[in-house]
Design a binder for this molecule. Structure first.
Ligand code: C2E
Ligand code: CA
Ligand code: CA
Length: 745
């Protein structure tokens, strides 16, 4: 800022020259225009000085042009021809005569300033200018003497302010001062008569001169000549004034600097205030944002809580009735899509009310919490268990393979829930559940119906004496009852010798010769009558009696083979059905080897059949046993082939010799193209694996024809022989052949 002021100070001279030059230029221009008009009037009058028209023209022109006070036209000798106003004063006539008498250089234009005598001081504001136009003919023409009103002339420049010492001066070429304007005022005319300086100005047309003038003040001058005239314009100002103004500007700068500083401080303050406000705003916005987030979180949490309250049981934390219905409907959709099967289980505690009444609600509640935990422990991950109020729980068991699976889980639940509850009160509490089971899609396809049916089944279970389960389907219940009876009766079956072994022949499809027998267990119960293996085998499997049964059958077969050997009956290999559970028992191999040896039977007369599904959980120990048996000479057949999921490739690791194609494929081999294709494909694949194929359940000649065409090796079924007692099968063994009549339909 201060530097700037110094710079300006240095530029004072230059600035003054420019400013003064501009003013001088404007004044010079104005003067030039005035002279232009003067020339025009002169030429008009010179053309015909006596003509009334030209006189009128100039007269009316003067009415508009206030720059001139009077126009006077003289002849070349200086005699007045015409005057626009009253008769000219003597000094004017003298001036005209003087002009006429002077010899002037022959220039194209003649313009001169008339002298105003000192005596005529009153006319100091009137400037006489003489103009003699170029003569058209011979000799000199007349000339025009115009009185210029300097007052009017100077009015134009009143607005120009050049400060206290500023001056605008109009000078003639001889150095005489014609007009001086000072502070917009017209000053008296001074004859400064400084010819040398003005000659310099005329020569250079423009310039800047510093000179000691009046009062020894240094003035800065600027000149402009008025073109084509003996006039020049001077504009000047004292140097002190210029500097003073600069100082004022400088002060102005200081003031501005101060003002600016104050302004800046103010603005900085404002900025700081606004920054502070912004910070406060941001802080409050952030706070609001945080509050919002908090609020949203809280709302979401409340929503979660509300959802949880609405869908979960508050006491046990299990899904409630509503959520169960929601989840169950999803299971229904899924099961429909994949043709799946699931069970709905209604679980109710027996005699819960007395517990509540005796120990109080708090204990009752704690018991329910324990019960729900035990229930959860009995379920698989995909299952759902829910509380429907009071002591009622409903579970959904997904992906059930059989009714038996559901029965097993029901038993597990009953067992678990029936365990004593300790730690609730001083004494241990005992409670049992009753369970009702319904199946999708067997019993119903709507979840509400399934729950209702399971509920009804639960009441049946209660009627049966509590701590048990019941199915919604009466047929299943009958089977359940039978299973229960079977389970109860099985242990005695062996000791009472109620179980027999029947034999069913297998024949070669080439010549119908007997290639072997299958040993099938038969149970004749004193009260239940003949119990089907389809009923008692699963029960035996479940309760573990299957191992005892298996050993019983093997021993019986070996005893029979020994008997037949002694009787001279030709022997064929006898296949026994072995459950996978039995194969997993560690002493099976030793038992078989020992039994064979005891009865003196060559091992190849004994074969074993394992169902395809029984192979699913085959581990390396299991397969080792199969290899040891094979090495001994005991060949393996895969039973019910086609019903499991193993596939032929799965069998490569096992020492399999025969493949028994399940009855269900043989049954429709005539009518169902799919079944026929499965059978023939299985046969050709078996052959490529060097396995012999046996068709099960062959009942018709047509089936035989089909099987022969498909190059099946052997067959078994009612067409050839039903399973029969040893005595009956003995006759066939002697014949070695199935008599055709025997197997006729
Ligand atoms: P499996 O091993 O497939 O036995 C063949 C079943 O088919 C036998 O039923 C037999 O009577 C029946 N059968 C044979 N030919 C025909 C026919 O032409 N038509 C029809 N409809 N059925 C025919 P069974 O004796 O009731 O045995 C059923 C299942 O019980 C057996 O099926 C077998 O898996 C199992 N089983 C039988 N005895 C024993 C055993 O001693 N131990 C083991 N673990 N399971 C056994
Ligand atoms: Ca079998
Ligand atoms: Ca079979």
């Amino acid at each position: 800022m201060l530097n700037r002021a110094d710079d300006d100070s240095a530029r004072v001279t230059r600035d003054a020259s420019i400013n003064h030059g501009n003013v001088a230029h404007a004044v010079s221009n104005h003067t030039s225009q005035l002279l232009e008009r003067l020339r025009f009037y002169g030429q008009v009058l010179a053309a015909d000085p006596d003509n009334k028209t030209s006189i009128n023209l100039t007269r009316s022109a003067l009415m508009l042009d206030k720059s001139f006070l009077r126009l006077m036209y003289f002849d070349a000798a200086g005699r007045l021809i015409h005057s626009s106003g009253r008769k000219p004063e003597p000094w004017l006539l003298d001036a005209a005569r003087d002009f006429a008498a002077t010899t002037r250089p022959d220039s194209s234009e003649r313009l001169s300033i008339g002298k105003v005598p000192l005596a005529e001081y009153a006319h100091a504001w009137n400037l006489p200018i003489i103009y003699q136009p170029e003569s058209a003919g011979e000799g000199d023409s007349g000339f025009l003497l115009a009185l210029v009103d300097l007052g009017h002339f100077s009015q134009r420049f009143e607005e120009i302010s050049l400060g206290k010492s500023g001056e605008i001066v109009l000078v003639a070429s001889d150095g005489s001062e014609l007009l001086r304007m000072h502070e917009g005022r017209l000053d008296s005319v001074w004859n400064i008569a400084d010819t040398e300086r003005f000659q310099l100005a005329f020569a250079e047309k423009t310039g800047l001169v510093t000179e000691p003038a009046r009062n020894k003040l240094l003035r800065l001058y600027s000149y402009r000549c008025v073109p084509s005239s003996p006039l020049a314009v001077l504009v000047s100002r004292t140097r002190d004034d210029e500097l003073l103004e600069n100082q004022a500007i400088r002060r102005g700068y200081f003031g501005s600097a101060l003002l600016l500083t104050v302004l800046m401080i103010f603005l900085t303050g404002l900025w700081m205030l606004s920054a502070h406000r912004r910070r406060v705003l941001i802080r409050s916005l952030t706070k609001a944002q945080e509050n919002n987030t908090q609020l949203i979180k809280q709302v979401e949490k409340e929503k979660d809580v509300a959802y949880h309250l609405a869908t979960y049981d508050q006491l046990t934390g299990l899904p409630n009735r509503r959520l169960f219905a929601e989840l169950a409907s999803r299971y229904v959709m899924r099961a429909r899509r994949i043709r799946g099967r699931f069970a709905v289980m209604f679980i109710d505690l027996d005699r819960f009310k007395p517990i509540n009444d005796t120990y109080g609600h708090k204990t009752g509640d704690q018991l329910l919490i324990d019960v729900s935990q035990r229930l959860k422990d009995c379920m698989r991950e995909a299952d759902v268990v829910s509380r429907h109020g009071g002591d009622e729980f409903v579970a959904l068991l997904s992906d059930l393979r059989s009714t038996q699976d559901a029965a097993m889980i029901a038993e597990k639940i009953i067992e678990s829930l029936s365990q004593p509850y300790v730690g609730l009160v001083d004494a241990e509490i005992r409670v049992t559940p009753s369970v009702g089971i319904s199946f999708f899609p067997d019993d119903a396809e709507e979840i509400d119906t399934l729950i209702r049916q399971a509920d009804t089944a639960m009441y049946q279970a209660k009627e049966r004496g509590r701590a048990t389960f019941a199915f919604a389907d009466p047929a299943l219940n009958r089977r359940l009852d039978l299973s229960n009876q079977i389970e109860a009766a099985l242990p005695a079956a062996f000791s009472n010798r109620e179980i027999q072994v029947h034999y069913q022949p297998k024949v070669s499809l080439r010549d119908f010769s007997i290639t072997g027998l299958e040993a099938l267990a038969r149970w004749n119960h004193p009260q239940l009558g003949a119990v089907s293996p389809a009923d008692f085998i699963p029960v035996a499997e479940e309760c573990g009696a299957i191992i005892e049964l298996g050993e019983y059958v093997i021993a019986e077969v070996c005893r029979q083979l020994e008997a037949w050997t002694l009787a001279g009956v030709p022997l064929v290999p006898v296949a026994v059905n072995v459950s996978s559970r039995q194969l997993h028992s560690p002493n099976l191999f030793d038992f078989i080897a020992g039994t064979l040896e005891r009865h003196g039977i060559a091992p190849h007369f004994l074969q074993i059949e394992i169902t395809e599904t029984g192979l699913i959980n085959a581990d390396s120990g299991f397969i080792d046993v199969l290899h040891k048996l094979d090495a001994l000479g005991i060949h393996l057949a895969i039973d019910d082939f086609g019903t499991g999921y193993s596939g032929l490739s799965h069998l490569r690791a096992m020492p399999v010799r025969y493949l028994k194609i399940d009855r269900c494929f043989i049954k429709d081999i005539r009518n169902d193209n799919n079944d026929a294709a499965i059978v023939s494909n299985t046969i050709s694949l078996s052959h490529s694996l060097k396995l012999l194929t046996i068709a099960e359940g062959v009942e018709t000649h047509e089936q035989v024809a089909h099987l022969k065409a498909a190059r099946c090796d052997q067959a078994q079924g009612y067409l050839f022989s039903r399973p029969c007692e040893a005595a009956a099968v003995e006759k066939l063994l002697v014949l070695k052949q199935i008599p055709l009549t025997m197997g006729e339909e």
